[in-house]
Ligand binder design. Structure first.
Ligand code: PLP
Length: 401
C-alpha cells in the first residue's frame, strides 16, 4: 500500500496527530463532507472537471525552472524551482480553493466561506466562487482590512462579501471565531473552505490531495529535465499545504530528502517566530491534534514572521507526523535570510518571490554550497507582487541596504 493510501487512518489520524474535535452541531456536517469527498474523489466526472479547470482556467501545469544563475553563484548543488507563482492568482492556494468550491457545488451548497489574514486565501476562494457562481463570505479582522487594502478590493471585485471583524485583537484569530459562528448558522447550504492542511478531518487530507498536483507535476518535469529524481525537495511551511502537495509527489521515493522550512522571524524567543515544529510541543488547536507553540499558560503563543502567510502557532498534523517518523526534516530560516533570498532571486533570476516562498529559496541558498553534485528542487509557492511595497519601503532596493 502506498503512503498516501494509508494516511490518514479512517478516523483522520496521522499517528497521534489529526482527528476531529468538533462541536456537536457540526459532527454531521463534517461527516457529510467526508462522505462526499470520498465518493467524488473516485468519480470520473469530478476528476475530469477538476482536470479541465487545472488546464484551461488555472494554466497548469506550471513549469519547473532551473535557477542557473543562483546555482552558479552558490557553486554547489543545482537549484530548481516549481513555479506556483505562475498558477492563476499567483500562488498555490487556488489549487485547493478550486477543488473545495467544486466539492461545494457537487454537494449542492450555494456558498463557500472562510476567514483570511493577509487576504491571500480570501482572494483565491473568491476567485473560485466567481468561477462556479457560488456566494462567498470572507471574515477578516479590521486591522488586516486596513493593512491589506488591495486584497480587500480584489475580493469585492470578485463578488465576495467581506465581513469586518471588530472584536478582540481584530485580526486572524478573531476572524476564525467570527467565521466559525457564522458557519454554524448556515452549515446546511455553505461549505467552510479551510485554507491549508489544518483543521478537523477531513480537511488536512482533502487539502493535501488537492495540492498533490504540484508534486505529481514537479516529479515528472524534474525527471524529464534531468533524467533523475532530485536529492532534496524543499518548501516553506505555514499551515503546510504547499509543502504537503510537493512532498506527496515524492513521499514514496526513499532517496529524496524532504525539507519543510519554518519561519524563524527575528529570534528564537517566544513571540519572535512561528517555527512550530522547531520549537513547539504536542497539543490541540482549532479542533485537531498537532504540534503547537504555547505560551506559559498553555495557550497558543503570539507569533511573528515577515511573511504573514506563515504566521500560525500550529501546523498541519501530517507535518507533525512526518517530523516524528523522520520522513521529513524541519528547519528554519529567519526574516533576514528570507529577505536576502527575496532580493537575490529577483535580481539574479528575474523572479520576485512571495516572502513566504523566499524561506524555501533561503534554505536552498544555504544548502547549495555544502552539496556539490546534488540537486535541490524547491516549491516557489507564490509571487511577490503583494510584498514589494512593504519590502522596498522598509528595506530599500538592495539586499544589505
Ligand atoms: C498562504 C501562503 C503560504 C503558506 O501556506 P501553506 O499552507 O503553508 O502552504 C505559502 N506561500 C504563499 C505564497 C502563500 O500565499
Amino acid at each position: 500500500m502506498t503512503y498516501l493510501n494509508s494516511h490518514p487512518d479512517a478516523k483522520g489520524f496521522f499517528g497521534p496527530y489529526g482527528g476531529a474535535d468538533l462541536p456537536p452541531v457540526l459532527v454531521d456536517q463534517f461527516a457529510a463532507i467526508e462522505k462526499a469527498y470520498l465518493t467524488l474523489s473516485r468519480s470520473a466526472d469530478f476528476i475530469n472537471e477538476l482536470r479541465y479547470i487545472r488546464k484551461h482556467f488555472q494554466g497548469r501545469p506550471t513549469p519547473v525552472s532551473f535557477l542557473g544563475n543562483l546555482s552558479a553563484d552558490c557553486g554547489g548543488a543545482q537549484i530548481y524551482a516549481k513555479r506556483e507563482d505562475l498558477n492563476h492568482t499567483g500562488a498555490h492556494k487556488l489549487n485547493h480553493c478550486m477543488a473545495e468550491a467544486l466539492l461545494a457545488k457537487h454537494m449542492g451548497k450555494t456558498k463557500v466561506m472562510a476567514e483570511t489574514g493577509a487576504g491571500q486565501h480570501g482572494v483565491a476562494l473568491a476567485t473560485a466562487a466567481a468561477y462556479f457562481g457560488l456566494e462567498c463570505e470572507i471574515h477578516m479582522g479590521e486591522i488586516d482590512i486596513a493593512k491589506e487594502a488591495p486584497n480587500v478590493t480584489r475580493m469585492k471585485l470578485l463578488g465576495a462579501e467581506v465581513v469586518p471583524v471588530g472584536f478582540g485583537g481584530r485580526s486572524l484569530k478573531e476572524a476564525v471565531d467570527s467565521c466559525f459562528q457564522s458557519y454554524v448558522a448556515q452549515a446546511e447550504h455553505a461549505l467552510f473552505a479551510i485554507g491549508s492542511v489544518v483543521g478537523p478531518h477531513p480537511f488536512p487530507m482533502m487539502v493535501r490531495d488537492f495540492q498533490h498536483v504540484v508534486g505529481i507535476e514537479a516529479r515528472e518535469q524534474f525527471l524529464d529535465m534531468t533524467g533523475r529524481l532530485p536529492d532534496m525537495v524543499a518548501a516553506c511551511v505555514g499551515g503546510g499545504s504547499n509543502a504537503m502537495g510537493m512532498f506527496a509527489g515524492f513521499i514514496d521515493d526513499d532517496g529524496v530528502a524532504l525539507y519543510g522550512v519554518e519561519p524563524l522571524g527575528t529570534s528564537s524567543d517566544m513571540g519572535d517566530h512561528a517555527a512550530t515544529i522547531t520549537f513547539g510541543e504536542d497539543g490541540d488547536i482549532h479542533g485537531f491534534k498537532t504540534m503547537v507553540l504555547k505560551d506559559k499558560d498553555g495557550n497558543p503563543a503570539p507569533v511573528h514572521t515577515v511573511a504573514s502567510g506563515l504566521d500560525y502557532p500550529g501546523v498541519g498534523p501530517e507535518h507533525a507526523y512526518l517530523h516524528r517518523t523522520g520522513r521529513a526534516n524541519y528547519v528554519a530560516a529567519d526574516d533576514r535570510e528570507a529577505l536576502d533570498a527575496f532580493y537575490r532571486l529577483s535580481r539574479r533570476e528575474g523572479i520576485i518571490p512571495a516572502l513566504e516562498s523566499a524561506h524555501a529559496v533561503a534554505f536552498a541558498l544555504r544548502e547549495a554550497p555544502k552539496n556539490p553534485g546534488k540537486t535541490i528542487l524547491l516549491n516557489l509557492s507564490g509571487r511577490g507582487d503583494k510584498d514589494i511595497d512593504y519590502v522596498t519601503e522598509t528595506y530599500g532596493f538592495d539586499a544589505g541596504d
